[in-house]
Structure formats: structure tokens, C-alpha cells
Design a protein around this ligand. Structure first.
Ligand code: HEC
Length: 272
């Protein structure tokens, strides 16, 4: 089980891989040093890098931990979710759930790119956050609490919908504004981040390739297999990597390299 512990450690960082903390220009950001005072968001914005790790590693309260979505993500649920999201969430989170709605522009912390983060976080985390909002540490945000306004089914419907937005199973509705999840832009950001890491001597080109390959496999699995996953991101990611090794998609060695590379990218400040 030692192996697993190592993976868990490394996987805290996996999350950040999807949001490499490096702007499109290719310059690493000093994200650790700028934990407040972030100004306007730039779409797939600055705010979400800032404090994202703190958010996503916050302990899930007992009342929520382990909760599993009880509503099947069928057409009816997605339709209800779309309605709810458009009415209640898109103003801040954007039509595509990328955190770039018009009402979110001046918020600090900025609205999260929920289409994206819903691919990484478990049912319990999402249900907790939507139920109770952000008026508490470590969030301290204007994210409203919805438990009074939306019944449980509605909260699961909206979770089904943001997951579907993030996986590309549904297209954003127009209305509030904001971009759709853009896998190409994300891939470009990641490639730039890796190129920077290689240029700085943090990684060898071979390690960068392994990282990119494993990351792609994890993403593919995530899109297929989000049903009924709960727990924090560590356990979800550990499961995914183990599953990929077991399926022969990646080798144990690649999984280990992946973890190691993550740690070094983190240490180098290239990822949050
Ligand atoms: C007034 C603006 C606003 C509205 C409206 C709003 N949110 Fe948020 N939301 C935020 C902000 C700001 C954050 C980031 C800070 C935080 O996590 O508390 C956030 C965070 C979240 C998170 C946590 C994501 C993560 O990565 O940790 C989820 C899930 C979420 N919102 C879902 C929703 C849903 C679903 C709705 C509609 C039912 C909604 N939000 C409506 C502002 C808003």
C-alpha cells in the first residue's frame, strides 16, 4: 500500500494539471504569492487557480462525506439541470460553467470553472458546496447556499448537468454569456507548461511525454466513468490510475513517473 500513499500524494497535484497555473503567454505565474487581490478574471480565470487547492482539499463534513448521487443523469435530469443552471448559476459561472459569467467578473474569489472541476471532484464535495455555499473557511466566497432554494433532487440534477457540460455530453445554453469548456485551449496550456518545465530543466523531454500521455488517459477515463464516484479527489484519482494500470493502458512505472513529475512541477511553481 506504500505505492498508493505515494500516488495519493502525487495526485493532489493532478488536479492542478488540468489547470496548469501558467497563462497562455507561457510565463509561470507566482500563484503562491498572490493569494488575494486578484483582479478581473480572464475567462478560464485567475481566481480558480488561486486557492483551488485549498478548496479541493477541504475536509468534507460528516453529513456529506460519502454521499452518492441518487439521480440518474438521464435526459430528464439533464433538462431539469439545464433549466436550473441557466436560472441560478450561469450568471456567475457562465453558460458553459467555466467561471466566466457576467456577474462573476468582479468577485474575489472568482466563480469556479465548475464544468471542469466537476470532472475531478466527487458527488459529496459538489453536493456539499452547492448546499452550503461559500460563507465559511476556507472558501469565504459569495457562492450562495442552495439548500433552502433547491430540493435535493434539484441539487443532483444541477450536478448531473455541470458534469455533462464538462464532459461535452451537452452543449451550453446561450443566455448569460461565457465560454464553453475548451479542451484544445487546455491542451495548449498544458503543452506550454510542460515545455517551460523542460526548458527550465525541471523535467526531461521523456518525462514530459509520459506526463502528457498519462494525463490524457486519466482524462479519457474520467469522461467515461464519472458515475457514482465519491470521496475526495485523491481517492478518485488513485482509483483511476490503478484502473488504468490494471487495464494495461499505462504501466505502473508510468503511473509512478506521473506522480514524481507532478511533485516536481509543483515544487518548481509551475503548477499550483
Ligand atoms: C453570486 C455568484 C454565484 C452564483 C449565483 C453561484 N455560484 Fe457557485 N461559486 C461562486 C464562487 C465565487 C465560487 C468559488 C468560491 C467557492 O468555492 O466558494 C463558487 C463555487 C462553486 C462550486 C465549487 C467548485 C469548486 O471547484 O470548488 C460549485 C460546485 C458551485 N459553485 C456550483 C454552483 C451552482 C450549481 C450554482 C447554481 C445553483 C452556483 N454555483 C451559483 C459563485 C456563485
Amino acid at each position: 500500500m506504500k505505492q498508493i500513499t505515494l500516488l495519493m500524494l502525487a495526485l493532489v497535484v493532478l488536479l492542478a494539471a488540468c489547470n496548469a497555473s501558467i497563462p497562455p503567454s507561457g510565463e509561470p505565474t507566482a500563484s503562491a504569492a498572490t493569494s488575494s487581490g486578484m483582479g478581473s478574471g480572464m475567462g478560464m480565470g485567475m481566481g480558480q487557480q488561486n486557492g483551488m487547492m485549498a478548496r479541493h482539499s477541504a475536509p468534507i463534513p460528516k453529513a456529506y462525506a460519502g454521499l452518492v448521487n441518487s439521480v440518474t443523469a438521464d435526459e430528464a435530469s439533464l433538462e431539469r439541470g439545464a433549466e436550473l443552471f441557466t436560472t441560478h448559476c450561469a450568471s456567475c459561472h457562465g453558460d458553459g460553467g467555466m467561471g466566466d459569467g457576467p456577474a462573476g467578473v468582479s468577485l474575489n474569489p472568482a466563480p469556479a470553472p465548475v464544468a471542469h472541476t466537476s470532472q475531478m471532484m466527487g458527488d459529496d464535495y459538489l453536493f456539499w458546496r452547492i448546499s452550503e455555499g461559500g460563507a465559511m473557511a476556507p472558501f469565504n466566497s459569495t457562492m450562495p447556499a442552495w439548500e433552502g432554494a433547491l430540493d435535493e433532487q434539484a441539487r443532483w440534477d444541477v450536478i448531473n448537468y455541470i458534469r455533462a457540460l464538462g464532459s461535452g455530453a451537452v452543449q451550453p445554453r446561450q443566455g448569460m454569456g461565457g465560454a464553453a469548456l475548451d479542451p484544445t485551449a487546455q491542451a495548449t496550456r498544458q503543452a506550454e507548461m510542460l515545455a517551460t518545465a523542460v526548458a527550465q530543466g525541471v523535467l526531461t523531454p521523456v518525462e514530459a511525454d509520459v506526463f502528457a500521455e498519462v494525463h490524457t488517459a486519466v482524462e479519457a477515463l474520467r469522461v467515461q466513468g464519472m458515475e457514482n464516484m465519491s470521496g475526495d479527489m485523491n481517492s478518485m484519482q488513485v482509483e483511476m490510475l490503478a484502473e488504468l494500470v490494471q487495464a494495461g493502458t499505462i504501466t505502473q512505472e508510468q503511473a509512478d513517473t506521473f506522480g514524481d513529475v507532478h511533485t516536481r512541477l509543483l515544487d518548481a511553481g509551475l503548477m499550483e
